[in-house]
Design a protein around this ligand. Structure first.
Ligand code: PLP
Length: 387
């Protein structure tokens, strides 16, 4: 087997994105402006929602959904510890308390059977995270939210586009937050967007995203704008830019083509790796379609001589770069100082110990996938526990 370097991820940028960015750079308008409006409209049409507000990150979208709904000190928001830290950090930054519910190991999503026991009079919202692009059990979450009058604020950083029982993610919860960070399915370098059918909420979020300045703040430097403005909320600097929008417009046009390529890479992994007893491949429930953002395998460590970390090092020596999604949020020193302890969320912890995210991006060739699969097979054949 010849040595190859296989990165964990490569953004898929073509001449079309470069041309569109160049056009913006030459236009004289770099920040939030007409191209952002075009991108927001395109994404709203793609999702079939009334409003999309483009923002400078997925984190900003999650944060503003909490702030705009007046979720604050004394309130509680339910989510899982098996996520990127920003899902939880924004809850704390809003003043509210995150309340963790453990995950269902097969999908790594929130275990809906454990949500109700965590609801108190202070609970205001549920923040489900669609891990790796697979939608959570949204019918059950919606029933619970109706019963207790809670908002559903979806973290769909991984889930563009994903479908639950035929409905695209972005049309179910009160708000849905997407990320366009450099490793995501649609990239704008940094960036994110919030989708909602609630037009008043979307307008408030727009205002909050640009210093709390009243309506159409971005227009104050255009020929139709005026220097005068009023600050009506304590706002943030969370706006998108037209440079990001240039990437987004072209990436959105190419999204389905890139998704097809992702699905093909996933199918190749299944066909090359499905007969290995020492690991489990991603499990996707039948009534939903994952966005195939990540390809997370789980090692059956009781059948191996090596730990997950050693497995990652051995792959890296062969040139195969991997990652781990996720270090449970309550493991981090900041959260330990808050009083969280290892052992509190056993399913999230058990999955964390076993999981490895394989290289996964649309342009992976059959030879790339075969190289990763053969590297895995080689390591496992040497480290299989003899019984
Ligand atoms: C599950 C999850 N939520 C939220 C985010 C935050 O997105 P962003 O990096 O755009 O702020 C990420 C990003 O990596 C994520 O993986």
């Amino acid at each position: 087997m010849d040595y190859r370097e296989i990165p964990f991820f490569k953004p898929y940028i073509t001449d079309a994105e470069i041309k569109e960015v160049e056009d913006t750079l030459r236009s004289g308008w770099l920040t939030l402006g007409p191209k952002t409006k075009v991108f927001e409209k395109m994404l709203a049409d793609f999702l079939g929602v009334r409003n999309v507000v483009a923002l400078n990150s997925g984190t900003a979208a999650l944060h503003l959904s909490l702030v705009a709904l007046d979720i604050k000190e004394g309130d509680e928001v339910i989510t899982t510890p098996y996520t990127f830290v920003s899902t939880v950090a924004v809850i704390i930054q809003s003043g509210a308390k995150p309340v963790f519910v453990d995950i269902e190991p097969s999908t790594m999503n929130i275990d809906v059977s454990l949500i109700e026991e965590k609801i108190t009079e202070r609970t205001k919202a549920i923040m489900p995270v669609h891990i790796a692009g697979q939608p959570c059990d949204m019918d059950e979450i919606t029933d619970i939210a109706h019963k207790y009058k809670l908002f559903i604020l979806e973290d769909a950083a991984h889930a563009l586009p994903a479908y639950y029982k035929g409905r695209i993610i972005g049309t179910i919860g009160h708000t849905t937050s997407f990320s366009f960070y450099a490793t995501k399915n649609l990239v704008t370098g940094e960036g994110g967007a919030l989708a909602t059918d609630d037009t008043n909420l979307a307008e408030k979020i727009r205002v909050l995203s640009l210093h709390g300045i009243s309506k159409d703040a971005w227009k104050r430097y255009t020929s139709s704008g005026s220097w005068y403005y009023e600050v009506v909320h304590l706002g943030f600097k969370y706006n998108f830019t037209d440079i990001q929008a240039s990437l987004g417009i072209v990436q959105l046009q190419r999204l389905q083509e890139m998704q097809k390529m992702r699905r093909h890479v996933a199918e190749m992994y299944y066909s090359m790796l499905s007969d290995i007893e020492e690991m489990e491949l991603p499990f996707v429930k039948e009534d939903r379609e994952t966005a195939w953002h990540l390809f997370i395998i789980k090692l059956n460590l009781h059948k191996l001589n090596i730990s997950r970390n050693e497995f990652i090092d051995r792959l890296s020596e062969k040139g195969v770069k991997t990652s781990v999604h996720f270090i449970p949020v309550h493991y981090h020193p900041y959260y330990q100082k808050m009083g969280y302890r290892k052992g509190m969320y056993p399913m999230a912890e058990a999955v964390y110990r076993r999981s490895v995210s394989l290289p996964f991006y649309p342009q992976m060739t059959e030879d790339d996938v075969r190289y990763v699969a053969n590297s895995i097979k080689d390591i496992i054949s040497k480290e299989r526990l003899k019984v």
